[in-house]
Ligand binder design. Structure first.
Ligand code: ZN
Ligand code: ZN
Length: 438
């Protein structure tokens, strides 16, 4: 009996591993056949970035590529959103998401395929445009995964729901697609996956957070009102600049004195505008804030504290009540990776890249609208894909060496071929695992 058990364990396990490696070999062969073309696609996307809510050409490329891969495609869904569906028998539905927008940054990488694009933002100001958040990597991995899964239908069974999402950088795109009825029209997925480029880790490494990965993000506008006058006669005015300065300093006590120190929280005043000239006291000053929290109750308390402090400061200065607007549309909820899905998928990623290359990372106070795809209880998982060449990574680890350029900087660039290969391998394996043929 013991012998039989040992025999079964040996051959049973061997056949499972063999089946897995057979799948991996088939998948790797597809990826390697596509890689040169994916890098070409990457360079084309990188050189032609578009700002949030302006993803006209990018979304057309995504639609065309998904169609070519055999997906049924719906375009202009929730703005420039693209939805691709590929059915392959009965089984669960897996959503895979890539985001498409670039950032208003003038690229300074010096690459021969660097973006030269300039455009006007929605305020009409001319800006450079750059894929400085790696959304071009996301799209290339996304199309690579679509092609790989379409070429390996024998390895999985179920439905692929591939989403090319616009306007992530202004956290509007996921919401727009969901509000247009993504889940009611195309079916609620059983799982949702995404990857995000990591500018600080080498290619071949992925990292992830189990549970809370990214924070709640709120945008608050405060219009501080005063009474304008001559700069030489402040006693006849109510100076909104002095009042705004007081409000900014008072706001610092929310995190330091009001919130439990064990609850992470950020209140940043990122912009202050008021006045036109040295000797004029203006009527008003505009403040723009970003607020990051990780718990719903802390979010509520912090937003209430901002309002209370701004109003109280105005009372103290005999000023009119300030106008405070917490943006509904720019709110994005925290990204909370589903623990069961994380455990299952990271095991698969470890099989692809080697366990030591699948690392945990602490949560960030940054925000992403991928969290919205958990609507209705869909388990979600976003992992970070190392994108920097090993050589550049090693050089940056040396004492005194300059740090690698981070996300949203004008100098960030990935090593496209190896990063895309790792992205497609990991994402394809994760999807195949969730759609295992019984
Ligand atoms: Zn970004
Ligand atoms: Zn991003």
């Amino acid at each position: 009996m013991r012998f039989l058990l040992a025999l079964w364990l040996t051959f049973g396990l061997a056949s499972v591993t063999q089946a897995q490696s057979k799948t991996q070999l088939a998948v790797d062969a597809s990826i390697d056949a596509e890689l040169a073309d994916l890098v070409k696609l990457y360079k084309q996307l990188h050189a032609n970035p578009e700002l949030s809510l302006q993803e006209v050409k990018t979304s057309a490329t995504m639609a065309e590529e998904l169609k070519k891969a055999g997906f049924e495609v719906t375009s202009k869904f929730g703005g420039y959103g693209v939805v691709g569906v590929l059915k392959n028998g009965t089984g669960p539905t897996v959503l895979v998401r890539a985001d498409m927008d670039g950032l208003p940054i003038i690229e300074k990488t010096g690459l021969d395929y660097a973006s030269q694009v300039h455009t006007r933002n929605k305020e009409g100001v001319e800006v450079g445009v750059m894929h400085a958040c790696g959304h071009d990597v996301h799209m290339s991995c996304f199309i690579g995964t679509a092609r790989t899964l379409a070429a390996n239908k024998a390895q999985w069974q179920g439905t692929l729901l591939f989403i090319a999402q616009p306007a992530e950088e202004v956290v509007a795109g996921a919401r727009a697609m969901l509000d247009e009825g993504l889940y009611s029209k195309f079916g609620k997925p059983d799982f949702a996956l995404a990857l995000h480029a990591d500018p600080l880790k080498p290619v071949g490494v992925v990292s992830y957070t189990d549970g809370l990965a990214l924070a709640n993000s709120d945008t608050v506008d405060i219009l501080v009102k005063g009474k304008g006058g001559h700069g030489a006669a402040p006693h006849l005015s109510i100076d909104p600049i002095v009042l705004a300065a007081r409000i900014i300093l008072d706001l610092q006590t929310i995190v330091s004195r009001e919130v439990n120190p064990l609850d992470p929280c950020v209140v940043t005043v990122g912009s202050i505008h008021g006045g036109t000239k040295h000797n004029i006291i203006p009527n008003e000053v505009k403040l723009q804030l970003t607020v990051r929290t990780t718990k719903a109750e802390v979010r509520k308390d912090v937003l209430a504290a901002i309002e209370r402090i701004a109003k109280a400061a105005a009372v103290g200065a005999k000023a009119p009540e300030p106008e405070i607007v917490v943006s509904e549309t720019q709110f994005t909820p925290a990204t909370i990776n589903d623990s069961t899905l994380v455990k299952r998928t990271t095991k698969v990623l470890g099989g692809v890249l080697g366990e030591k290359n699948v690392q945990t990372r602490p949560p960030l106070m940054g925000a992403e609208d991928f969290g919205r795809f958990s609507k209705g209880g869909v388990p979600i998982f976003m992992y970070f894909l190392g994108t920097v060449s090993q050589e550049r990574y090693d050089a940056a680890q040396k004492p005194g060496a300059p740090a690698l350029p981070g996300m949203h900087t004008d100098s960030y660039f990935p090593e496209p071929d190896r990063a895309i290969r790792a992205g497609v391998r990991t994402m394809s394996a994760a999807v195949i695992d969730l759609l295992q043929v019984k």
